[in-house]
Design a protein around this ligand. Sequence first.
Ligand SMILES: [Zn+2]
Length: 101
Amino acid sequence: MVSIREFQNMMHRIYFHNDSERGADRTYRWLKEEVDELGEAMQNADEKAVEDEFADVIAWLASLANVLKIDLEKATLSKYGNRCPKCGSSPCKCPFVIRKS
Ligand SMILES: [Zn+2]
């Protein structure tokens, strides 16, 4: 098993030379594009494509974090470590809300 930090470090080893050259704004645009492709794969109910797009989304998220020097493991676990950040409970006890958009 690979931790979030190990995954981010792996992405750094493989892609940082390109990611740093591309910069934060263009890397962010790639990430948004991959999120859109994930949505399209879901709409097409294409299970293999959904899996591929999840991989792309997390890869580009890690790339963007590397460019911005954000420690993804620290960021995620300090906010979501073992409990809901809003109500402090696990499982979450916040009222269930369905977003319209
Ligand atoms: Zn909650």
